[in-house]
Design a protein around this ligand. Structure first.
Ligand SMILES: NC(=O)CC[C@H](N)C(=O)O
Length: 365
């Protein structure tokens, strides 16, 4: 391991000294923290972290290694990584490379030997904090957004198609279009395992192009940044959601809410971790969910005539899901695809795909 001192300079005025893991890359971004105890590789490859420096609060990172099958995207989009203690000699039968190799291969600006719990307290107290990973402690991070086009950076640039898993199709085969704002691969894997053919389209695909795939359903994926930066896409989203059965996940949930006239706001310091309790208001059941978001739909702005709030966060009562009263449109702020985190809410996909068959949606041979 290279022993090169690095600094995390924060917009709060705090400077934390650490050690570079891998190359001495200078990078800045919005400071966020994730409290999951496992799943560092899924976190590092979740495109929703574009533009963000992710602090992993769990102290030991890397002990079970990394492999290509666990990646949630083709290459990491996060701005940087802050860890306490990296473990460079992993021991797991599925491990093909170490956290150190992962950081070096993808040139992820990474500092370790940082007190991640102290850093988390700073982020928690200040809310919106920007940071710079640097070799020069007199550097300053820019206060504010560095690039507003994060979705464009992570969305596919051309259409991709994947065929349903042949052995697992217990449902009639459905054609599902995923509008890619920065999708996690586990979303498409969940659909393929439920017997759906999946077409992934770039985030700025027109409604007319989407219709050419004759979708039985459309999914709006997770993705980075402030949902309000995507105002230009709301009319297409509304057209999609009023035409096809639609499921919105995380950013997709926020965009559907915006498209139907609701508003979003910033959470004090976000929900990022694998143990966020969410209550299903239809069943009364509480599930433990995987989360990664900094914005939330403002409950007071939701039209009660059109929508039911289907899920709320048990910790802060914030909106975690919506269900349209007439149309087959459901949205969740959490991650039913898990990875990382519990699979308790996989049933969201099952229910969504089941209802496509039940409502007599077009059946494919
Ligand atoms: N995972 C996501 O889709 C995140 C959505 C949005 N970028 C937020 O932070 O709230």
């Amino acid at each position: 391991m290279t022993e090169q001192t690095g600094y995390l300079v924060l917009s709060t005025g705090d400077i934390l000294e650490g050690t570079y893991l891998g190359q001495t890359i200078q990078q800045e971004g919005e400071m966020v923290f994730n409290t999951a105890m496992t799943g560092y590789q899924e976190v590092m490859t979740d495109p929703s972290y574009a533009g963000q420096i992710v602090t992993l609060t769990y102290p030991l990172i890397g002990n079970y290694g990394c492999n290509d099958a666990t990646k949630e995207s083709f290459r990491p989009a996060l701005a940087g990584l802050i860890i306490s203690t990296p473990f460079g000699t992993p021991d797991h039968y599925q491990s093909s490379y170490s956290i150190t190799e992962m950081v070096e291969n993808y040139q992820i600006p990474t500092l370790y030997n940082i007190d991640t719990r102290a850093l988390t307290r700073i982020i928690r107290e200040h809310g919106e904090v920007y940071g710079k990973i640097t070799t020069d402690k007199t550097d300053q991070p820019q206060n504010g957004k560095i690039a507003p086009n994060f979705v464009q950076q992570v969305s596919v640039s051309s259409i991709q198609q994947y065929a349903a898993m042949p052995m697992s199709a217990k449902h009639a085969k459905q054609q599902v279009v995923v509008i890619d704002f920065g999708y996690k691969h586990s979303i498409t894997k969940s659909l393929l395992h439920l017997g759906c053919d999946v077409t992934i389209v770039p985030f700025d695909t027109s409604f007319d192009t989407i219709t050419t795939f004759h979708p039985d359903a459309v999914i709006l994926s997770n993705g980075p940044g402030d949902p309000q930066d995507l105002q230009n896409h709301l009319s297409v989203i509304k057209q999609v959601a009023t035409t096809y059965p639609t499921l919105g996940i995380c950013l997709g949930h926020q965009l559907i809410a915006l498209a139907f006239g609701a508003t979003t706001k910033r959470l004090p310091y976000g929900h990022r971790g694998s143990n966020h309790p969410v209550k299903d208001l239809f069943t009364g059941k509480v599930v433990i969910t995987s989360q990664n978001h900094g914005y939330v739909v403002d409950e007071a702005s939701i039209s009660n005539e059109e929508w039911d709030v289907s899920h709320i966060n048990v910790n802060d009562r914030s909106v975690e899901g919506l269900k349209h009263k007439q149309k087959q449109v459901m949205t969740v702020q959490f991650h039913p695809e898990a990875h990382p985190g519990p699979k308790d809410t996989h049933d969201i996909f099952v229910q969504f795909v089941d209802q496509l068959s039940e409502k007599g949606a077009k059946q494919h041979a």
